[in-house]
Design a protein around this ligand. Sequence first.
Ligand code: FES
Ligand code: FES
Length: 224
Amino acid sequence: MDEPQEINGTRRGLLIAGAVGATAAALPAGAHAQTPGASASQAASTPAPVTARVALRVNGQRYEKDVDTRTTLLDLLREHLQLTGTKKGCDQGQCGACTVIADGRRINSCLSLALMHEGSDVTTIEGLGTPDRLHPLQAAFVKHDGYQCGYCTPGQICSAAAMLEEVKQGIPSHVTGDLNARPLLSPMEMRERMSGNICRCGAYSNIMDAIGEVAGAKSAGGEA
Ligand code: FES
Ligand code: FES
């Protein structure tokens, strides 16, 4: 009965010794010289993150938070204010999942530092509507099945809400033909203006139908 245990013990010992050896071999040359106390003193000498206070309004409510100066607006919303409706997709400005409206303009909150929004008025998906009182765009997305997994949806809706305002204000896009005329929300205009919001599920046609309905456009092909 003792023999198998002894064999197992020996094999375990060999495996541990092998793993230690492999790890040691993989370490950079300087790391071998470190003493056990070195990492503790190294940690003690690492400077604490620099923090600063930011005060802003989100969905009509005032917040004041001390944050690491490197905190993005997206992380402030999600991690500090627990407003997790705004999604983190790529965290590098490529997908639009993190779109919120700051002082009336849509932005990628992953690309913006929280401290840049001192005194800002930010609207997230939670501030556009509630389950009982949906924003017209939220209701249209439900009606037209403008989502599948829903991960891009908060960003799509915030982006669309601000985009419709941009059109109302006469702000042209890259595909606007006549820069002096009031822009019309043609399907091409709508696609161009929403091109910063990626949907991995490919629900684009339904998203366009939903936005088109709210814009009063005939999404099947006509202009607004
Ligand atoms: S998470 Fe900000 S653009 Fe993708
Ligand atoms: S609905 Fe899934 S990513 Fe758009």
